[in-house]
Ligand binder design. Structure first.
Ligand SMILES: Cc1ncc(COP(=O)(O)O)c(C=O)c1O
Length: 382
């Protein structure tokens, strides 16, 4: 039979536009990260790669402020790490309580249900967070084995304060699982100090690396529970009792790690260590504050109260009568700047602006404010 040419299209060399990615992610990768990713490959069990794996784990421990042995980049995006956190902490029939104040809390509910948990929701308006009293009341009803919270809700721009949650979890003998996708390396975060048992993240936000790996950290309590399970984790790829042997001292083959992505995260984490976490958190805070002040100066306001507003992600209220989608499209097409619209409860009501990692710089703040002012003046004059 002759080979069909039906799908044999001829395409041009890739030529991507020079976008400034100021949306909810991905953000632009740091040039040093892109350069590191283009290094020649070694095998995934090569001594060079094994040494690199150790460095990535150690630097991730620094970025997360944890001594957890199991601290690895899961092969996959943030959702893979999220699923790994859920699959390795939740057992069928267990009660799981999830804070739902945005899109990613909803995703955790969906995942925990798929792993057979009896899921209890703790709802709050999008853009707010939960106080300790509210969490306690919900825990009294749900009696959860696992509490899931999103530290940095990318869909709303709200930060979930975590201090004090550990003490509540201890009262209920409950694991604390936290989404740190939009906070790792951009927003103050202490895994061990705050008593977080499991956390996950992504590479494409404040780490300034392309999407493709999902950092995950699990403490000894999670590992002990994992060892006591009577049935295996129902997801082979994400079962940390198997993956752990690849990233742990045994280094036995589990899957082929994405070599060049790991070059990338190593460089991204080196940049974090060079800058220092406190300086990095402060830079995000300073540039966010400059952006918020600038918004006010051009007559725009933020959706989230300043006290719990994320420096990495700002939700900007869309003025009455303005078409949020058209403004975002104009910024993309005429200024090469990407921002995003709202999701769910906030669809059409806010723009989402990310100032993450490498992109959190004063010149980007000035550029975006000037472009927004320009586009909005034409929009309101139309
Ligand atoms: C808070 C949060 N959790 C989870 C995810 C899922 O990560 P990914 O899209 O990399 O799979 C995202 C992605 O934006 C996120 O912002």
């Amino acid at each position: 039979m002759p080979v069909s040419d039906a799908h044999r299209i001829v395409t041009r060399d890739l030529d991507t536009p020079p976008r400034l990615l100021l949306g909810p992610g991905p953000s632009n990768a740091h040039p040093r990260v892109l350069r590191a990713m283009s290094n020649r490959q070694v095998g995934h069990l090569d001594p060079t790669f094994v040494a690199l794996m150790n460095e990535v784990q150690e630097l991730l421990r620094y970025a997360w402020q944890t001594d957890n042995q199991v601290t690895i980049p899961v092969s996959g995006t943030g959702s893979a790490a999220m699923e790994a956190a859920v699959a390795n902490t939740v057992e069928p029939g267990q009660s799981v309580l999830v804070g739902c104040n945005g899109y990613f809390g909803e995703r955790m509910v969906d995942m925990a249900s798929r792993y057979g948990a009896v899921v209890h929701r703790m709802d709050a308006p999008w853009g707010t967070s939960f106080d300790l009293d509210t969490i306690r009341k919900a825990m009294e009803t749900a009696r959860p084995s696992v509490l899931g919270l999103v530290h940095a809700e990318t869909s709303t721009g709200a930060r979930q304060p975590l201090e004090g949650v550990r003490a509540l979890c201890d009262e209920f003998d409950c694991l604390l699982v936290v989404d740190t996708v939009t906070s790792l390396a951009g927003v103050k975060l202490f895994i061990d100090e705050w008593g977080i048992d499991a956390a996950y993240s992504g590479t494409q936000k404040c780490l300034s690396c392309p999407p493709g790996l999902g950092p995950l950290t699990l403490n000894q309590k999670v590992i002990d529970r994992l060892a006591r399970r009577t049935k295996p984790v129902p997801n082979w790829y994400l079962d940390m009792s198997l993956v752990g042997k690849y990233w742990g001292s045994a280094r036995t083959y589990h899957h082929t790690a994405p070599i060049n992505m790991n070059y990338g995260i190593r460089e991204a984490l080196r940049l974090v260590a060079e800058e220092g976490l406190e300086a990095r958190w402060q830079r995000h805070e300073d540039n966010a504050r400059m952006f918020w002040n600038g918004l006010e100066a051009i007559g725009l306001s933020c959706h989230v109260d300043e006290e719990i507003r994320l420096p990495s992600l700002t939700t900007v209220r869309v003025p009455d009568g303005v078409d949020s989608g058209r403004v975002a499209r104009t910024l993309l097409n005429e200024y090469n700047i990407e921002i995003a619209g709202g999701l769910g409860q906030l669809a059409g009501k806010v723009w989402r602006v990310g100032m993450m990692g490498f992109n959190s710089r004063p010149e980007n703040v000035r550029l975006l404010l000037a472009a927004m002012e320009d586009v909005l003046s034409k929009e309101t004059a139309a």
